[in-house]
Design a protein. Sequence first.
Length: 250
Amino acid sequence: MSEPPLSAPRRIAIVPARNEEGAIGLVVAEIRAFDPGLDVLVIDDGSVDRTAARAAEAGATVVRLPFNLGIGGAVQTGFMYALAHGYELAVRLDGDGQHDPSELPKLIEPVLRGDADIVVGSRFAAPPFDGDTDSYRPPLARRAGIRFFAGIVSLLVRQRVTDTTSGFQALNGKGIRLFADDYPHDYPEVEATVMVVKHRLRLLEVPVLMREREHGSSSITALRSAYYVLKVTLALLVGVFRRKAVPARD
Ligand SMILES: Nc1nc2c(ncn2[C@@H]2O[C@H](COP(=O)(O)OP(=O)(O)O)[C@@H](O)[C@H]2O)c(=O)[nH]1
Ligand SMILES: [Mg+2]
């Protein structure tokens, strides 16, 4: 991707961030170094630190939400921005530096080839991560949760998925439109995976490595994980009975 062709689609990187002042500058710089044609949009979701300033200094456009909407609302804001500004390709990366922009070509290429509407970077689709000390290995309880959701979601979408909580993604215009119109709240990625397939968008997983977080701390604590599993499972059940998945445009 270092020399994109002139016909390259207008593209945007959507980066949700909350209190990521330690990491966000480097994240933005790395994305811009990877592909200078990729506009970087940071959604600062009610941070109480210098996240917005650091992102702007590094060259990102920053949308500051007036209060904390949560990851779902922040990500949807990013897709609404992308839709309103006519972007044809979007990538999404976390603001904590765990997603390595040098892996973006794996995500973007299937979208550009027209093989998928949404490509998700999976931490678990690759050959096992044991032995590889550089790769990301979540704690046991979290791995169990990840397997649990991979199982249910694979059944619901009738396609094997291994990582339903990954926020490392690339989407074409169809994907941008869907997520701008409707995006789950709270812990959104699991439900979003189901939504994509329900709307007949083509979902593809590709293996990626994920880096360890070096600054700040994960927003997902042990207690939150329990709430996460319960809430998302209920939401999936409700989703099964939900007739119209996207609110009509007016
Ligand atoms: N917009 C927004 N982003 C959040 C919020 N909580 C976490 N994030 C961001 O979402 C990304 C993933 O969160 P993280 O806490 O690292 O989760 P983990 O990687 O699954 O442990 C990071 O870029 C965070 O800055 C939130 O309330 N709102
Ligand atoms: Mg993280």
